[in-house]
Design a binder for this molecule. Structure first.
Ligand code: ADP
Ligand code: MG
Length: 265
């Protein structure tokens, strides 16, 4: 390749915004020559390299703006620790067909069983697949909607929560809402109904949502829309947060019954 041609390719690639190609085309050409690559394969390689880099960049940026508390994946989830949870059902959800169908997922169970982790893992997978995502706790969502209402920007803030293909609302039920707040949640859920997916996590059963939302009629109206198209996963198992402590306690009591020194508490 002549120096002149190389300079022109670099200049054109830069003007076209193909930043990766600008830096790598010489090396790619060398690879193509060494592998005696055909024209089609070479073009395929160029486009794939550029797209791969852009996708990686988009994915990283989207994750940064997603509000996710961490980026754990399902591969890190120890299904053996939660034998009552149907692993196949969770892996089915990871196919993300529920997002295409605009249906919802509810993850219910006591603290520490992995509700947030599964919600995060599904959101990370969705983001990787190119869906727009956003993660918020219910508490934060309501606080921001209230703040927006006070300054006349309620609709703008509501639209922010309507935009993503997948909205995760974590920790429904930790703090009770008043009627005005429950009404905001109703507006959100009814506007997203059949238009965009939500993943909800809650430590409360649906029967308890009336008291969480401070109003049985509103709770019923919200649940009616939320559950019409919804996979519900109840996780009734031990807390992963307490796993290590439980092991310590078990070791301590084993040591005591065997007459050994009890472990320090
Ligand atoms: P929850 O939302 O149900 O209270 P989390 O998802 O926050 O629980 O889980 C608590 C902690 O334990 C997190 O750090 C999470 O990543 C981890 N965790 C929970 N369940 C598992 C599991 N089965 N395998 C691996 N890590 C887990
Ligand atoms: Mg949680």
């Amino acid at each position: 390749m002549s120096e002149l041609t190389a300079q022109r390719i670099a200049a054109h690639a830069t003007r076209l915004g193909l930043t990766h190609l600008t830096d790598t085309f010489s090396e790619l050409v060398a690879r193509a020559e060494a592998g005696q690559m055909g024209y089609l394969d070479f073009l395929d390689l160029l486009l794939e390299e550029e797209l791969g880099l852009r996708e990686g960049r988009r994915f990283r940026n989207a994750l940064k703006l997603s509000g996710l508390p961490h980026h754990k994946t399902l591969e890190q989830f120890d299904f053996a620790f939660q034998p009552d949870l149907d692993a196949r059902k969770v892996r089915d959800l990871a196919s993300l067909s529920f997002i295409g169908a605009k249906s919802n997922v509810a993850l219910l169970g006591p603290p520490g069983v992995g509700k947030t982790m599964i919600a995060v893992a599904l959101a990370v997978a969705a983001c990787q697949a190119g869906f727009s995502i956003y993660f918020t706790s219910l508490d934060d969502l309501v606080r921001r909607l209230r703040g927006a209402e006070a300054t006349g920007r309620f609709n703008r803030q509501l639209n922010f929560y309507l935009r993503p293909s997948l909205l995760v609302v974590d920790e429904v039920g930790y703090l009770p809402l008043d009627r005005a707040e429950a009404n905001m949640v109703f507006q959100l859920v009814s506007r997203r109904y059949e238009r965009g997916s939500m993943i909800i996590t809650s430590n409360k059963s649906f029967a308890e949502w009336g008291s969480v939302l401070g109003d049985d009629v509103l709770a019923t109206a919200i649940l009616d829309r939320l559950l019409h198209h919804c996979d519900v996963l109840s996780i009734n198992g031990p807390s992963y947060r307490l796993k290590d402590r439980m092991n310590l306690i078990a070791a301590a009591s084993a040591a005591t019954t065997q007459g050994g020194e009890p472990l320090p508490s």
